[in-house]
Design a protein around this ligand. Structure first.
Ligand SMILES: NC(=O)c1ccc[n+]([C@@H]2O[C@H](COP(=O)([O-])OP(=O)(O)OC[C@H]3O[C@@H](n4cnc5c(N)ncnc54)[C@H](OP(=O)(O)O)[C@@H]3O)[C@@H](O)[C@H]2O)c1
Length: 316
C-alpha cells in the first residue's frame, strides 16, 4: 500500500463533540478543509468512530458528491476501541473495548457513516487492559475475509503491546499512531534516557520507535503541529523554553522560506523512521503551509537544535 507521507486528521470536521445535529455550515467547512488537503496532494485521511460522535466521518462523506470517482484514489483509515460513558446504558463508564462485537460493530458504523464498502486501515485506538488478543485476531480475520478492512494497526501502543497482538493477529500490523511533536518527544527520549539516574528522566524503556522500525510498522504522529501552541494558538502563556522553541521555529522558517508549520512537520519527516505526520488543522492556509514540509531539508544540526529546544533540556 502506497500512502502520502503526510496524512490529514479528520477529528474536528464534525464540529461539536455532543449530540448537536450537523448543520450546513459544518458540512461546507468540512468539505472545504478536505478539498484543501486533496489540493496539496494528500490522499491519506485519518478518522475514528468517536470523532465528534461519528459526525466527522459523516461530514467527510460529503466529499463523494464534491469529487466523483474519488474513493479508489484515497486511503481511508478509521479507529475503534474507545467507548463513551453511558453507552449502551446510562451509568456505563467511558472505557476501552477490544471485544469482537465492539470491533466489528464499530467498523460497520464507520462504513455506513463514511458511505464506503471498505476501510483501507483500521486502528485500535488506545490499549485495552482487558484485551484478549485471540479475540482481536478473530475480529480482524473476519473483517479482512469479508473485504471490510484491508490493513490493520494500532494507536498509542507500546512495543510489548504490539508484540502481544502480533503474536495472534495473522495480518501484519502496519501502523502505530502516537502523539509526537516538537514539544512532545517522549518516544525519542526513551532511548536517550535509558539507564540514567535523574528521576524526572527515568522512563520505562518501551522502545516503541525501535520496535516499529524493526517490524516495518509506520509511526503516525498525531498532534504534529503541537496543536498550534508554538504558532499562535497558545491558550496559556508559553514557558521560557517554549518561547525559545517558537523563536527557533520561526527563524528556521524564515531561513528556509516557508511557514513555521512546515518546520514542525519537516522535523518529523527528517527522522529516519519514516514517520507519517497526521496534520489536524482545518484551516486551508495552514494545511498548505504544513505540506510545504516536503520541500524542507533539515540538517542533523538543525534537527538537534529543535529537539533540544523542544525538550527544554540539553542532551547528556
Ligand atoms: N490516535 C489518537 O489518540 C489521536 C488523538 C488526537 C488526534 N488524533 C488524530 O491526529 C490528527 C491531528 O491531531 P491534532 O489535531 O491533535 O494535532 P495538530 O495537527 O497538532 O493540531 C491541530 C489543531 O491545532 C490548531 N492549530 C494549529 N496551528 C494553529 C495556529 N497557528 N493557530 C491557531 N490554531 C492552530 C488547529 O486549529 P485550526 O483547525 O483552526 O487550524 C487544530 O485545532 C487529528 O485530526 C486526529 O485525526 C489521534
Amino acid at each position: 500500500m502506497i500512502v502520502t507521507r503526510i496524512g490529514y486528521g479528520c477529528m474536528p470536521l464534525g464540529g461539536a463533540w455532543d449530540a448537536t445535529p450537523l448543520d450546513e455550515a459544518t458540512r461546507q467547512k468540512a468539505v472545504t478543509s478536505v478539498r484543501a488537503a486533496l489540493d496539496t496532494g494528500i490522499t491519506f485521511f485519518d478518522h475514528a468512530d468517536i470523532y465528534c460522535r461519528g459526525k466527522s466521518e459523516e461530514v467527510f462523506a460529503g466529499i463523494w458528491r464534491d469529487t466523483p470517482n474519488l474513493r479508489g484514489k484515497l486511503v481511508l483509515q478509521s479507529k475503534c476501541g474507545i467507548r463513551f460513558a453511558d453507552d449502551p446504558f446510562p451509568g456505563a463508564p467511558q472505557r476501552f473495548d477490544f471485544s469482537y462485537e465492539h470491533i466489528v460493530n464499530s467498523v460497520e458504523g464507520s462504513l455506513k457513516r463514511l458511505q464506503t464498502d471498505y476501510l483501507d486501515v483500521l486502528l485500535l485506538h488506545r490499549p485495552d487492559p482487558l484485551v484478549e488478543p485471540e479475540e482481536v485476531a478473530r475480529a480482524f480475520a473476519d473483517l479482512h475475509r469479508h473485504g471490510k478492512v484491508r490493513y490493520f494497526g494500532v494507536s498509542n501502543h507500546t512495543a510489548a503491546q504490539l508484540a502481544l497482538l502480533q503474536k495472534y493477529v495473522t495480518q501484519p500490523i502496519v501502523a502505530n499512531q502516537i502523539a509526537l511533536n516538537v514539544l512532545h518527544t517522549h518516544v525519542f527520549d526513551e532511548g536517550i534516557n535509558f539507564n540514567q539516574t535523574k528521576p524526572e528522566r527515568i522512563t520505562r524503556n518501551e522502545d516503541t520507535i525501535e520496535y516499529c522500525r524493526l517490524h516495518n510498522i509506520t509511526i503516525q504522529a498525531w498532534g504534529p503541529l503541537a496543536w498550534g501552541r508554538l504558532t499562535g494558538n497558545a491558550r496559556e502563556p508559553l514557558s521560557a523554553s517554549e518561547s525559545a522553541t517558537a523563536g527557533l521555529i520561526k527563524a528556521l522558517a524564515a531561513k528556509k522560506g516557508v511557514q513555521p508549520e512546515a518546520i514542525l512537520v519537516a522535523w518529523l519527516l527528517r527522522h529516519p523512521a519514516k514517520i507519517q505526520p497526521i496534520i489536524g488543522t482545518t484551516n486551508p492556509g495552514r494545511i498548505q503551509a504544513s505540506c510545504a514540509a516536503d520541500q524542507v531539508d533539515l540538517s542533523r544540526e538543525e534537527w538537534y537544535e529543535v529537539f533540544v529546544a523542544g525538550r527544554g533540556e540539553r542532551l547528556p
